[in-house]
Design a protein around this ligand. Structure first.
Ligand code: FES
Ligand code: FES
Length: 160
């Protein structure tokens, strides 16, 4: 099937099998391997990307379902902020919100959507939102601190 998808700001036309998952399309067809696949049960959240600005687990979607839409993966996130690093990426870096980094792309993509939707989030808000993202390395404390810092930075940048 033919699809036309805007991926990280670039129009991509492809002829793909109807059964191809979006996570497979990104990783195997486009070589955008920053989107990780950490489970086959739709539970780890490592594969989260944005579709028209909203976070989705790319392992749960067929690529044909995003025909005509805009997909942003971790590789394209900074571009949406017009910077080398998105404020949420910078916050993860500064707050040591990662160890092995496997969960990090999904965490960051989820966190950006969370921060866009939640003004002045609390620690409890962050922990609740990130229930769908599993980290096998950290105790989550630094991740939560990073998300709170990133959300605050995004709010300042947006002037809100
Ligand atoms: Fe998508 Fe785990 S790979 S939720
Ligand atoms: Fe290793 Fe989260 S930093 S899985």
């Amino acid at each position: 099937m033919n699809v036309e998808i805007l991926v990280n700001g670039k129009k991509v036309n492809a002829d793909i099998p109807a059964s191809l998952l979006l996570s497979e399309f990104l990783r195997e067809t486009l070589d955008l391997t920053g989107t990780h696949v950490g489970c086959d049960t739709s539970q780890c959240g490592a594969c989260v990307v944005h579709i028209d600005g909203v976070s989705f687990k790319s392992c749960t979607l067929l690529t044909v379902a995003v025909d005509g839409k805009s997909v942003t993966s971790i590789e394209g996130l900074a571009r949406t902020a017009g910077a080398d690093l998105h404020p949420m990426q910078e916050a993860f870096h500064l707050n040591h919100g990662l160890q092995c980094g496997f969960c990090t792309p999904g965490m960051i993509m989820s966190a950006v959507d969370f921060a866009r939707q939640t003004a002045n989030p609390t620690e409890g808000d962050v922990r609740h939102w990130l229930e769908g993202n599993i980290c096998r390395c950290t105790g989550y404390q630094n991740i939560v601190a990073a998300v709170l810092a990133g959300a605050a930075a995004m709010q300042i940048k947006a002037g809100g």
